[in-house]
Design a protein around this ligand. Structure first.
Ligand code: BDP
Length: 695
């Protein structure tokens, strides 16, 4: 009996030790199996010689290198200044600030940089080369970030919840801080550093004023101290009404001298806690948040007041352009443009305006925001959403680098051909002196950080693109799969295929052909295309899809509300002809007749149905493909992803049935062959959605 119990116990231990719960992200550093690669690496890893000099960040980097090599090669890297066969860290003032070079010079791997952050990023890249089993004998990498501030924005609240977070609760344990530093903070910082993220905003843009109290600043300082060795600077979202809420002033008017003095003092206090504090992120006059417009002032007045307060400390103000007024006749598509375009050139030098990738709100596909390219005298930052608010939460597999890249590569034609969105935000189109990109984080307290294991690839991919927007989603997928999931070649191919098809699949079964904002009310999960009433007209679905007996889609051409006219002429030319344009944006700009023949040869109705149905079959394919990798990925991860894919399939069927049945009430046409009409009725579909709304 004892023997059986012992065997049972050891079996459990064995499986536990081997099971992978995703906690280690892409930084696994497991022992490499490929012996020939290993012996190549060992030729260059006999010692480390730090000629760069000591600093906290360089020490972090060296520790990482030692850990990584111990894990992957089974060696203990020692410091020495032998002549050949080691890793040498060197200073090179010609390399851009956070950039690095990795070269084989005379039989040593030389990692050189101007700054200690450059060394940190260089070492992480070197480790990545080994993790992905690339040859290093002739290594010659020269890399520097195209964008200065590469940020994660956390929408985390004081009580530990996360707005639009789907991976558990906040990582920040406010009630334990500042005394207790959860080791997970360091793991978090380390993961960010490994992909070049150098700044984080800790709290929700719908900001509680509490974060600016002394009590919370001490907590924020504790986090800033934990992140600093990883090269990460901390920012806070601030509530514009803080002078009233905290300072008990009668107003928060940005032109009021007392209000200005309050912010100046507050900034001084913040910097007394955190000398390298990054600055403030502000959501103002948007969705009920306070702002300068309440006092008849502009966004620039508000931003410039805060800019003045943080200027003595080299701080920045990141002012969001996600604004839209309550005008029932307005179109959210145009509002940020109308508010901000006239202010171009009036913002203080330490202000950046942060613009969401699209004009509405992180839809599965949006045309790029018309402000990109339209603000030559105001640095614009990109805001992407990594958390999957409108992309099925953590039950849906959607590889977001495809979405990010699509926006980044679109040409704004701001200063002629080639003025892509990427080149606007990296400063090259308008010579912006400061450049920034932000991703709304998808991390949380779930053991695997992101809920869906595959969503780790979105955090990873965001960071890689923030560093270098020229790398391809294919490369990101290759790196991430090898580092995180499997080194088996056939499984790698299968998973890559799944990732690369996932975004289009999601668009197909939810918002094909440029449909947008037809998701479930408030929670933003599931579908609700029939939504007619909400707190405001532009929170309904019918406002956006405009289906009627004639057709479907929002006419934003000059015959409609001419939102299309906000773009450069060349962009308008691409999108103003429904016969010739990219069908992915069709219903963003045109109201198209149900029987209109599209460039695919099908009528609009038939094409719409085909996309909804194909979306579902694509999910089925993903499920089948995933089953094929079972023996080559960790068992725990395999089962978890499998379960989530099954949930995604259920959701895809819901979207498809609900949308085709609902739009059919307008098109009055049958579901085209070879597709079978849904087994459920429209009423049944509506009931499913109602359940989501129950409290
Ligand atoms: C919307 C979210 C809301 C955010 C808002 C924002 O639904 O929770 O507060 O964006 O970005 O997408 O400010």
């Amino acid at each position: 009996m004892l023997k059986i119990i012992t065997i049972f116990f050891f079996t459990i231990l064995f499986f536990k030790a081997n099971a992978d719960d995703g906690y280690r992200l892409w930084l696994k550093y497991d022992l490499l199996k490929n012996t020939s690669q290993k012996s190549e690496y060992k030729r260059f890893t006999n010692f480390i010689d730090n000629q760069f000099g000591e600093s906290t960040i360089v020490n972090t980097a060296q520790k990482e290198l030692k850990n990584g090599l111990a894990g992957m090669l089974g060696i203990a890297l020692q410091s020495s200044s032998k002549k050949v066969g080691g890793i040498v860290l060197k200073k090179d003032l010609t390399i851009p600030k956070e950039g690095y070079k990795i070269q084989n010079i005379g039989g040593n791997i030389i990692i050189s940089a101007q700054t200690d952050k450059g060394i940190l990023y260089g070492i992480f890249d070197f480790l990545r080369q080994i993790q992905t089993e690339s040859s290093i004998s002739t290594i010659n990498i020269s890399s520097s970030p195209k964008i200065q501030l590469r940020m994660l924005n956390h929408w985390d609240n004081v009580l530990g919840t996360i707005e639009r977070g789907y991976a558990g609760s906040s990582l920040w344990k406010w009630y334990e801080l500042p005394e207790n530093i959860d080791p997970r903070y360091l793991e978090y910082a380390r993961a960010n550093a490994s992909i070049g993220i150098n700044a984080v905003v800790l709290n929700n843009v719908n900001a509680s004023a509490r974060f600016l109290t002394k009590e919370y600043l001490a907590k924020v300082k504790a986090l800033a101290d934990a992140f600093r060795p990883y090269g990460i600077q901390v920012f806070l979202s601030v509530n514009f009404a803080s002078p009233k809420i905290l300072g008990k002033l009668k107003t928060s008017d940005p032109l009021d001298p007392q209000v200005r003095a309050w912010w100046n003092n507050k900034a001084q206090e913040v910097y007394s806690f955190i000398p390298d504090f990054g600055g403030f992120l502000v959501k103002a006059n948007s969705e009920g948040e306070p702002g300068p417009q309440e006092y008849g002032r502009t966004h620039a007045d508000g931003a410039n007041m805060l800019a003045e307060a943080v200027k003595p400390f080299n701080g920045l103000v990141i002012w969001r352009a996600f604004v839209y007024g309550p005008d029932p006749k307005g179109d959210r598509f145009k509002e940020a443009y109308n508010d901000f375009k006239p202010l171009d050139g009036t913002f203080a030098k330490n202000v950046i305006v942060q613009v969401k990738n699209g004009p509405i709100d992180f839809m599965p596909r949006e045309p790029f925001h018309p402000l990109f390219g339209a603000m030559p005298r105001t640095p614009l930052a990109m805001e992407f959403q990594i958390t999957q608010e409108y992309l099925g939460f953590s039950t849906n597999l959607v590889f977001l680098p495809l979405l990010f890249k699509e926006t980044l590569e679109t040409d704004t034609y701001a200063t002629g051909k080639g003025s892509t969105v990427a080149k606007v935000i990296d400063g090259s189109v308008h010579n912006y002196p400061i450049t920034a990109i932000a991703g709304v984080a998808n991390t949380g307290s779930d053991r695997n950080w992101t809920g869906h294991l595959m969503s780790q690839a979105n955090w990873y991919g965001y960071g890689r693109l923030a560093w270098n927007h020229e790398i391809s989603p294919e490369q990101i997928a290759d790196e991430w799969i090898k580092m995180t999931l499997t080194k088996d070649q056939s499984s790698h191919k299968i998973v890559k295929n799944i990732l690369l098809k996932s975004r289009e699949t999601y668009v197909n079964f939810t918002n094909p052909l440029g449909l947008h904002h037809i998701m479930g009310q408030s929670i933003h999960f599931g579908m609700e295309p029939w939504l007619e009433k909400s707190a405001r007209p532009d929170w309904t679905a019918i406002y956006y899809h405009r289906a009627d007996s004639l057709g479907i889609g929002f006419d934003r051409t000059s015959k409609g509300n001419n939102a299309l006219g906000l773009y450069a002429q060349e962009v308008q030319n691409q999108w103003n002809n429904p016969q010739k344009m990219d069908l992915n944006y069709l219903l963003w700009f045109h109201h198209v007749a149900w029987n209109q023949k599209l460039s695919t040869g099908k009528t609009l109705w038939d094409e719409l149905c085909a996309r909804y149905y194909t979306g579902v079959t694509e999910v089925e394919k993903m499920q089948n493909e995933w089953n094929q990798v079972k023996s080559n990925v960790d068992a725990e991860i395999f089962e978890d992803v499998k379960g989530r894919l099954a949930a995604q399939h259920r959701e895809a069927l819901n979207w498809r049935d609900a949308c085709v049945l609902y739009f059919q009430t307008y098109s009055k046409q049958p579901i085209p062959a070879p597709f079978k009409k849904p087994e459920r009725t429209l009423d049944e579909m509506k009931k499913i959605v109602e359940i989501y709304q129950l409290k």
